[in-house]
Design a protein around this ligand. Structure first.
Ligand code: CA
Length: 443
């Protein structure tokens, strides 16, 4: 069980003050400039502080009052649904790429294309294409067409290693420009898996990965994928897919380079990585503030690559959308633009160690800074620019078909069922969910 996973599940819980929705209280005096916006988002303490600061700056620079409604990551979806059902949609709020189709269809989010394309406050060309395109929708396909949100962030999910541990084991440090092959990775992981104090039990392991968040790079780099090009057919029942999943399961069952199930239950692999007991582990932007405090040296590398020889990974993102029913669309879009692209606001989020900059030029400066870890920050930018992909469940009407793969996968991970057998039996179930989702989307 890794803890390094998307923002939605990593952020610390906190008690949010004022969960009651302010609603879209009608402005009583447009003439006096008394304008009120509600902004609903989710996040941990660091993020809450950073956004409160950003919003205060926005209020100071604009003639608008912003009410903040903040929830924990876990509660956000429920609270937002309740607000929508109660017709108290916040003026500005977070959405994920997976929400776009349904929210557009139901008239909940506003098409902001005209505002942002003609904007004098932001330069759309200086914002990561991936971040903007994730919220485009042309009525058929997410990724193309009108813009329904701007990115709050993009989250390139990368891979890292404990440099200190590799050096101690006499393993040549991995090449940041040339991914390990699957075999090379297993060989290095085997050398790292050791009983270092000779008491008969292992003290360190090569790796310790979570199937739900870490399988994708290995599937993609092995030339397989979850869906066909037009997202109508589930394609997990291919030899390339089965080979990558089997390889993933074999890390534990055949090669023994991860903590056992029992060992991972005693202390999860995220904690073990932080204690310096794991050689290779995922590293995401939202981990950076925590990982600055690790007492070993570490860096970021591309994920090991399968048959294609090309490394792969995924990028998460959250977007900031405007309610279709807002009474102040121009101010609401201004707030979105500010949160996405204001340099000071971006800098304080980056300084908090919770995300990489949304602005391309600022990101290049950040990546060139060698005073903070990791040295190879450029890998994050390469994921965003070159090789990162959306999570397979993110661009369909819902992700039930995608989640289905993981529901009954445990026997494969335990070595009790082959990956090929499992995928053959999972494909029809996944296909049924996908067909239903596509039908709902009107595709
Ligand atoms: Ca030992």
């Amino acid at each position: 069980m890794t803890k390094s996973r998307p923002m939605a599940v990593t952020l610390a819980l906190f008690t949010a003050a004022g969960l009651m929705l302010g609603g879209c209280s009608a402005p009583t005096g447009e003439d006096t400039g008394e304008k009120k916006l509600t902004f609903m988002f989710r996040g941990g303490e660091d993020e809450k502080k950073a956004y409160e600061k950003a919003v205060a700056q926005f209020e100071a620079e604009n003639d608008v009052d912003v009410d903040i409604i903040v929830t924990t990551a876990d509660q956000y979806a429920t609270k937002l649904k309740a607000a929508i059902a109660g017709k108290q949609v916040p003026d500005v709020f977070y959405i994920g790429p997976g929400d776009v189709q349904a929210y557009v269809q139901n008239g909940i989010v506003k098409d902001i294309t005209e505002y942002v394309e003609g904007s004098e406050t932001i330069d759309l060309d200086n914002i990561w294409e991936y971040g903007v395109d994730s919220y485009r929708y042309d009525g058929k396909r997410v990724g193309e067409g009108s813009i329904y949100a701007l990115p709050k962030d993009v989250g390139p999910f990368s891979f890292g290693y404990n440099k200190t541990m590799l050096e101690k084991a006499g393993i040549p440090l991995p090449d940041k420009d040339k991914p390990y092959t699957f075999d090379e990775f297993v060989a290095a992981a085997k050398k790292l898996t050791a009983d270092t104090n000779g008491d008969g039990t292992l003290d360190q392991w090569g790796t310790g990965l979570n199937v739900q968040w870490n399988l994708q790079p290995f599937v993609w780099s092995n030339g397989a994928d979850w869906l066909n090009e037009d997202r109508t057919k589930v394609t997990v029942d291919t030899p390339e897919f089965a080979e990558s999943l089997q390889w993933f399961a074999d890390l534990q069952n055949v090669h023994g380079v991860t903590p056992s199930v029992a060992e991972a239950q005693t202390l999860d692999t995220y904690q073990r990585w932080m204690k310096g007991e794991i050689g290779f582990f995922p590293i995401a932007p939202w981990d950076l503030s925590t990982y600055q405090k690790l007492d070993f040296d570490w860096d970021v590398i591309p994920y090991p690559a399968g048959e294609s020889g090309e490394t792969a990974s995924w990028i998460g993102t959250l977007g900031i959308a405007v309610s279709e029913s807002t009474k102040h669309p121009e101010d609401a879009v201004k707030l979105v633009e500010f949160l996405t692209a204001n340099e000071e606001a971006q800098q304080s989020l980056v300084d908090a160690g919770i995300q990489i900059p949304n602005l391309k030029d600022m990101a290049e400066t950040w990546a060139a800074d060698t005073t903070t870890k990791p040295a190879n920050k450029a890998e994050f930018l390469q994921i965003v620019k070159d090789y990162g992909r959306a999570l397979p469940g993110g661009n369909t009407f819902n992700a039930e078909w995608y989640d289905e793969l993981f529901t009954n996968i445990q026997p494969v991970l335990d070595g009790k069922q082959t990956a090929a057998d499992y995928l053959k039996e999972a494909q029809p179930r996944m296909q049924e969910f996908l067909d239903a989702a596509n039908q709902q989307a009107g595709n």
